[in-house]
Structure formats: structure tokens, C-alpha cells
Write a protein that binds this ligand. Structure first.
Ligand SMILES: [Ca+2]
Ligand SMILES: [Ca+2]
Length: 132
């Protein structure tokens, strides 16, 4: 079982080794898997894709709990639905090796290059100043 930041939704497509199952209302998808380490992909309309997320199967635990994160809002690093100075602070904290909570990496990585750095801070400030 694997818990990913976000919310449980029904009908997300979860794929493991080419087998696709849908989540139920509690975000669970069942697979017949031996014990071991696996990866899953997940997608759902209006939610961010999850790609190659690792999870472990241990004795008798053959379901994955997948929590989907609503589609990204670039700059909304703390995921509260608005882009403001708090998001700039969260990105700076993350950049300095702290662990701000909550922190939505995909939103914070405004320029989508896979790293959080000062460019994302600058772009977040630009989003705030543009008033979007
Ligand atoms: Ca925010
Ligand atoms: Ca970036």
C-alpha cells in the first residue's frame, strides 16, 4: 500500500505492469501481485498524473491506495488554491533544504524543469505581480 499526497477519488486509472485497474471511492485499486517492490502510474481527469511511483507489496496487502492531487496551479506551492507570498516563502524554505508542509512540488516547480530553485521563486513572484 502506498499513500500519495492528495485525495482519494473514484475511477482513477491505476496501471501496474500494463494492468490497469480503477480506484474505488476510497482510492483503493486491487492487483494480484507477489510480495516485492513495484511502480504504478495513475491518471484521472482533472488530476495530476502520477508516474512511476514506487510502492511495496507485503503479505496479504495486494491493494494500492492512491491519492490524486488536483490539477496543478503553477506557483501554488502550499496547495491552498491561491498564489501569494506564502508560496514564495514555501519555495524558498524548500530550496534551503527545509521541509515545508504542505508542499506541492509540481506547483512549486513553476518552470517545470524538475528542480526547485530561485527561478521558480522569481516566476512565482511574477505570477503574483501579474495578478493571475
Ligand atoms: Ca498558495
Ligand atoms: Ca524549476
Amino acid at each position: 500500500m502506498k499513500t500519495h499526497a492528495g485525495q482519494a477519488i473514484e475511477g482513477a486509472q491505476i496501471e501496474v505492469f500494463g494492468v490497469t485497474e480503477e480506484t474505488d471511492a476510497t482510492g483503493h485499486a486491487e492487483f494480484s501481485l507477489p510480495e516485492g517492490s513495484f511502480f504504478y502510474n495513475a491518471s484521472a481527469e482533472g488530476y495530476m498524473d502520477i508516474f512511476n511511483e514506487p510502492f511495496e507489496v507485503t503479505g496479504g496487502d495486494n491493494y494500492i491506495e492512491v491519492l490524486m492531487q488536483a490539477d496543478g496551479m503553477p506557483g501554488d506551492a502550499n496547495g491552498d488554491g491561491v498564489v501569494d507570498i506564502l508560496d514564495v516563502l514555501a519555495i524558498i524554505q524548500y530550496f534551503h533544504g527545509n521541509d515545508p508542509e504542505p508542499f506541492y512540488f509540481e506547483n512549486a516547480d513553476v518552470n517545470q524543469d524538475g528542480v526547485i530553485d530561485l527561478l521558480d521563486v522569481i516566476e512565482t513572484v511574477a505570477i503574483i505581480e501579474s495578478g493571475e
